[in-house]
Design a protein around this ligand. Structure first.
Ligand SMILES: NC(=O)C1=CN([C@@H]2O[C@H](COP(=O)(O)OP(=O)(O)OC[C@H]3O[C@@H](n4cnc5c(N)ncnc54)[C@H](OP(=O)(O)O)[C@@H]3O)[C@@H](O)[C@H]2O)C=CC1
Ligand SMILES: O=CCCC(=O)O
Length: 339
C-alpha cells in the first residue's frame, strides 16, 4: 500500500503559473500531517484554471463559495438548479449538466450525497466522464466507499483524465471558514495541481496513496464519530434520568480527558432537543453502513459501530433523516423506542 510522501518538489502546472511561487514553497507535503495554510486574496488572473463544482448541498455550496471568493473561475451544476442561483449571482458560471461542466473546465470537483449519486454524476447519462479528456482532472470530495471511488477512477481514466478522491473531515462551519481537512488518494500529479484549490477550502490535506485509501480513512473517522455521538447521547439521557443537570454534564465533559469539540459544540443544543442541521443524520447512517461494510471486508469486529448504526436507523425511521446527526439521541427516548 502506498503511503504519504514526505518530500515535495514543486512542479508548477501551466494552469497555475501565475500563483505566487511562495504558495508552493511554504506548503511542503509533510508525511501525513496537517499544514498551516496562508489565506490569499486573489483575482481570476492569479487562478487561471477553470474549476467546475458539481453538487451544491450544505457542503458543496460553501466550498464553491470559497473558491469564488478567492477569485477562481468557477462553473457550477446542481441537480436542483435553484441552488445554483446564489452562486451565479456571485459570479459563478452555470452549465446544465456535469458533462458540460467537465468539458468546459480544467478541474472538476464533485460533492454528492452518497455512492449512488456520486457514481451517477461521474459516469451516468451526461455524467462528468463524458466531458473529460487528457489534461483534465476529476476530484471527488463526497464520502463514498472505496469500491465506488475505484469505479469512478476507472471511468475518468478511460477518458484519459486524472482522478483524485478527496473526502473531507469537518462540517458546515469549517466548510464556511475554509478549514476542512482533505483525505486524498489517487493521481499524485492531480493532487499537486489542485493543492492550491484544496488550500482555499481547507486547513490541511493528507495524501494517502492509492485510490480507496482516502475513502477508507474518511469512513474510519466517521465510524468513530458516529459511535461517539451515540455514546454521548446515552450519557446525556442517563444523567437526566438520575436527576443530574445535563448542561452540567456537558461542562464536566468539556473539562475532562474525554473532551471533544463535537461534544461542546452539539451538547448545548441537544440538551434543548434542538438539532440544527450541519451534518444530516442520513449521511452519518450511510457512513456507518459503509464503514461496517469496510470492516466486514477484512473480518474486523466492530460491535460498537454496529450498535450505533442501529440507533441511527431507528432515528431515520422516525423521520429524523434531515436533522443534524446529533438527533440520534431521539432514538433513545422511550416514546420513539415503542412508537
Ligand atoms: N454536512 C457535513 O457536515 C459533511 C458532509 N460530508 C459528506 O459530503 C457529502 C455531501 O454532504 P452535504 O452537503 O451535507 O449533503 P446534502 O444532502 O446537503 O447535499 C447532497 C448533494 O447531493 C446531490 N444529490 C443527491 N442525490 C443526487 C442524485 N441522485 N443525483 C444528483 N445529485 C444528487 C444534492 O442535490 P439536490 O440539491 O438536487 O438535492 C446535493 O447537491 C456527503 O457524502 C456527506 O456524507 C462530509 C463532511 C461533512
Ligand atoms: O462527514 C461529516 C463529518 C462532520 C465532521 O467532521 O464534523
Amino acid at each position: 500500500m502506498a503511503i504519504c510522501s514526505s518530500t515535495f518538489v514543486p512542479q508548477i502546472p501551466i494552469y497555475l503559473k501565475r500563483i505566487p511561487i511562495s504558495s508552493f514553497l511554504i506548503k511542503p507535503i509533510p508525511a501525513c500531517s496537517s499544514q498551516t495554510l496562508t489565506t490569499t486574496s486573489a483575482s481570476k488572473d492569479e487562478f487561471p484554471a477553470r474549476v467546475g463544482f458539481l453538487g451544491l448541498g450544505i457542503m458543496g455550496t460553501l466550498m464553491a463559495h470559497n473558491l469564488i471568493k478567492a477569485g477562481c473561475d468557477v462553473t457550477i451544476w446542481n441537480r436542483t438548479k435553484s441552488k445554483c442561483d446564489p452562486l451565479i449571482s456571485l459570479g459563478a458560471k452555470y452549465k446544465p449538466s456535469p458533462e458540460e461542466v467537465a468539458s468546459s473546465c480544467d478541474f472538476t470537483f464533485a460533492m454528492l450525497a452518497d455512492p449512488e449519486s456520486a457514481a451517477d454524476v461521474a459516469f451516468g447519462n451526461h455524467g462528468a466522464a463524458n466531458g473529460m479528456s487528457p489534461g483534465k482532472g476529476y476530484v471527488d470530495v463526497s464520502t463514498v466507499d472505496a469500491e465506488t471511488s475505484k469505479l469512478i477512477d476507472r471511468h475518468v481514466k478511460a477518458a484519459g483524465a486524472l482522478f483524485l478522491e478527496a473526502p473531507v473531515s469537518g462540517s458546515k462551519k469549517p466548510a464556511e471558514d475554509g478549514q476542512l481537512i482533505f483525505l486524498t488518494a489517487g493521481d499524485k500529479a492531480l493532487y499537486d495541481m489542485v493543492s492550491p484549490f484544496l488550500d482555499i477550502m481547507g486547513k490541511s490535506r493528507f495524501y494517502l496513496g492509492d485510490v480507496g485509501n482516502g475513502a477508507a480513512m474518511k469512513l474510519v473517522v466517521n465510524m468513530i464519530m458516529g459511535s461517539m455521538m451515540a455514546s454521548f447521547s446515552e450519557g446525556l439521557l442517563l444523567s437526566e434520568k438520575v436527576g443530574l443537570d445535563p448542561k452540567i454534564l456537558v461542562e464536566v465533559v468539556s473539562q475532562s480527558a474525554i473532551s471533544a469539540p463535537m461534544f461542546s459544540l452539539k451538547g448545548p443544543s441537544m440538551v434543548q432537543s434542538k438539532y440544527p442541521t450541519a451534518f444530516p443524520l442520513k449521511h452519518q447512517q450511510k457512513d456507518l453502513r459503509l464503514a461496517l461494510g469496510l470492516a466486514e471486508s477484512v473480518s474486523q469486529s466492530t460491535p460498537i459501530a454496529a450498535a450505533a448504526n442501529e440507533m441511527y436507523k431507528v432515528a431515520k425511521s422516525h423521520g429524523l433523516s434531515d436533522q443534524d446527526f446529533s438527533a440520534v439521541i431521539e432514538a433513545l427516548r422511550t416514546k420513539l423506542q415503542s412508537p
